[in-house]
Design a protein around this ligand. Structure first.
Ligand code: DC
Length: 226
């Protein structure tokens, strides 16, 4: 696969805070490239849900670490399966968002998910989206994108998502949640949210999805061909 201009399968890391446009954009970029998509936030969300089911508290790091090591994660047609079960929309509720943010501060959980994420990217030709892909999971990723957007824009997107699912929410409440999650993501001691030095920072505020997809796909094809 080394023909001139032929794209080989590289590793694409897309990081950034909640609501910066990661999910939608990563999905579109993976589709455009024919790459596999790995939504790493779904892994943390699943740990929070399974912990609740098993009666494990979201602040019990050692028990959460043991649980995470036991579970078998796989993405099948882009959807996460945990021990062969597909949690689907249950991963996207406000409760799962809060739980994911709480369980992800524990080093035991992060350590257990590190191997899972590295296994999923091993073959290349993959888009991994998360918070620490370019800094911790794949510091050698060929393409690193760090997405940002204004707080207001991020809150509006999140509100639309929640209302569309029939959840009760207000802009002020969502803005507060997003800022609290940012603080937890940025201030945790293990793998905090920060931009890798060699990442490209892309501000999605006020930009169309098509223009953003084109820009990101451009970064990947240039690296893949080079
Ligand atoms: O991207 P998301 O909203 O689905 O992520 C949910 C939570 O999981 C988020 O608050 C932080 C955590 N997370 C993380 O710590 N590291 C990742 N690579 C992905 C998500």
């Amino acid at each position: 696969m080394s023909g001139k201009g032929r794209a080989r399968g590289v590793i694409v890391a897309i990081d950034g805070p909640a609501g910066a446009g990661k999910s939608t954009l990563s999905k579109r970029v993976a589709e455009a490239l024919g790459y596999t998509l790995v939504d790493t936030g779904a892994l943390y969300r699943a740990v929070a849900l399974w912990a609740r089911r098993r009666g494990i508290a979201w602040d019990d790091g050692p028990a959460l670490g043991a649980l995470t090591s036991e579970l078998r994660f796989a993405f099948v047609d882009g959807s996460l399966e945990v021990d062969g079960e597909r949690p689907g929309d249950a991963l996207r509720t406000s409760d799962a968002s809060l739980g994911a943010s709480r369980v992800s501060v524990h080093p035991e959980v992060r350590a257990a998910l590190l191997g899972v994420q590295r296994d999923m990217g091993r073959e290349g030709g993959v888009v991994l989206e998360g918070r620490d892909i370019g800094t911790v999971v794949y510091p050698d990723a060929e393409v690193k994108i760090f997405l940002v957007a204004s707080d207001e824009e991020r809150a509006k997107r999140r509100l639309a998502e929640l209302l569309a699912r029939g959840e009760d929410a207000s802009l002020e409440g969502v803005l507060e949640d997003i800022r609290a999650r940012d603080r937890r993501d940025e201030e945790r001691t293990v793998a905090p949210l920060r931009m890798a030095e060699d990442a490209v920072r892309v501000d999605t505020t006020g930009r169309t999805l098509d223009a953003l997809v084109e820009e990101l796909v451009g970064h990947v094809t240039r690296r893949a061909a080079g």
